[in-house]
Design a protein around this ligand. Structure first.
Ligand code: NZQ
Ligand code: ZN
Length: 395
């Protein structure tokens, strides 16, 4: 087991109606002026936004709203939000939405605390993250785990570079998790979320350091739960137990708990980010579109790990089977599961059509930041590997 530091400062408030506690939670942090950030229309249409504002009123907090955050949030919107936060004198940024709204809020909180900085410099690693306004979350979709994660993912408007920034200061101070808020999600978004939650743990589970018994058990238990509840949630977004379990799993899957003591892989995420950046697809769909190809390319690095995944997560019977057979069955079961959720498992199913060799090369180049990095830890992948995985997914 590698040395690690586990830091989880986010207070979780879980249960139906807990959005009524938004005002008191913000007040507890000493906030007086709250900028409330939300997305397209779902938070308004459901009445959630007005309930949250009432809760802030009840706690005597001044507030201003900043809506219209797009999925796969762009830098320009974050910059606009920073200006709004500065004009208003916000001392807390409250995200009411999913990963896109939360990540935009993290960027706004960072920009407002560093008004002299060019916001993108943080994402380019030109400036360290040293100060930030506190962030609160009212979550409306179980997916990104941004409500507990140390990451904010933004897309640059002109270069279309989609990049994550990591710092413990980006972890929200509190997250309100009311599973009933997710009942209005369309099945496609539920499924995108299920894939993303699984992938935050899979991208930690397939790693170069194995033998961490407790971490493995936590990861495998979470995956079994998400698979069982994901099927139910896809069929019925009002399934109280399934939606509750998914919400809690989403917050645990990306707060580092399921990968403690080992390096993160996250290659499928990096492969997926290039597809979202280029075509603006939903994040979870890009992950299911590439995972099977990533696994087909990488499983031979450690067949025993894939076999363990098959037995512990998918309940495969190991009797009379080689590790290679179990590994391949585990990959097939995973890809079939994504299909059963209506998720794409190739680039064509994702919706971008067959890509030319030149287009695949450009995706691969961008994924290496034009030769500046490799991706992955389970198997370290360079340009040629990445290109081959995109080729495998190109059908
Ligand atoms: O904009 P509205 O109208 O709210 O609609 C949203 C959006 O269209 C809708 N939605 C959200 N809650 C709803 C709802 N519709 C009906 N009822 C509700 N209760 O769902 C759509 C998707 O929302 P979005 O916030 O984009 O989804 P998600 O939570 O999957 O976030 C995706 C973003 O998070 C990033 C992704 O790359 C992507 O940009 N990620 C952030 C991470 C992090 N910060 O730690 C980690 C992840 O790996 C991921 O990269
Ligand atoms: Zn993700």
């Amino acid at each position: 087991m590698n040395a690690f530091e586990f830091y989880q400062p986010t207070a979780i408030v879980f249960g139906p109606g807990t959005e009524a506690q938004t005002g008191p939670k913000a007040a507890q942090l000493g906030a007086r002026r709250v900028l409330v950030v939300y997305g397209g229309q779902s938070a308004k249409a459901s009445g959630l936004l007005s309930r949250v504002l009432s809760s802030l009123d009840g706690a005597g907090l001044a507030h201003e709203t900043f809506g219209g955050i797009h999925p796969n949030p762009r830098l320009f919107q974050a910059r606009e939000g920073v200006q709004k936060a500065l004009d208003f004198g916000a001392d807390l940024i409250l995200a009411v939405g999913g990963g896109s709204v939360i990540d935009a809020s993290k960027a706004i909180a960072l920009g407002a605390a560093n008004p002299e900085a060019d916001l993108w410099d943080f994402w380019q690693r030109k400036r360290p993250v040293e100060q930030i306004l506190p962030i609160g979350v009212v979550l409306t979709i179980s997916a990104s785990g941004s409500e507990t994660s140390d990451t904010a993912v933004l897309t640059h408007d002109e270069t279309l570079v989609k990049r994550g920034l990591g710092s413990d200061l980006l972890r929200p101070k509190f997250a309100i998790l009311d599973p009933e808020l997710t009942y209005t999600l369309p099945p496609y978004q539920v499924s995108c979320g299920v894939v993303d939650i699984m992938m935050h743990t899979l991208d930690r589970y397939f790693t170069s350091v194995t033998g961490n018994l407790l971490t493995d058990e936590i990861a495998e238990g979470l995956l079994r739960t998400v698979i069982a509840c994901g099927t139910r949630a896809h069929k019925n977004s009002h399934d109280e137990q399934a939606m509750s379990e998914l919400m809690w799993a989403g917050s645990l899957s990306h707060n580092d708990l399921t990968g403690l003591g080992a390096p993160k892989d996250f290659a499928p995420h990096q492969l997926g980010h290039e597809l979202s950046a280029r075509f603006d697809f939903a994040h979870g769909a890009t992950l299911s579109a590439v995972w099977g190809s990533w696994a087909a390319y990488c499983w031979k690095t450690n067949p025993a790990r894939f076999a363990q995944y098959g037995v512990k997560v998918w309940g495969l019977d190991p009797a009379g089977k080689t590790q290679e057979e179990l590994a391949q069955e585990a990959i097939a079961r995973t890809v079939d599961f994504f299909r059963s959720l209506g998720m794409p498992t190739s680039l064509v199913e994702l919706g971008c059509g067959l890509q030319t060799e030149e287009e695949l090369e450009e995706l691969a180049r961008r994924c290496t930041f034009y030769g500046q990095r490799t991706i992955g830890a389970f198997r370290v992948l360079g340009y040629e590997d990445i290109l081959e995985i995109y080729r495998l997914a190109n059908h």
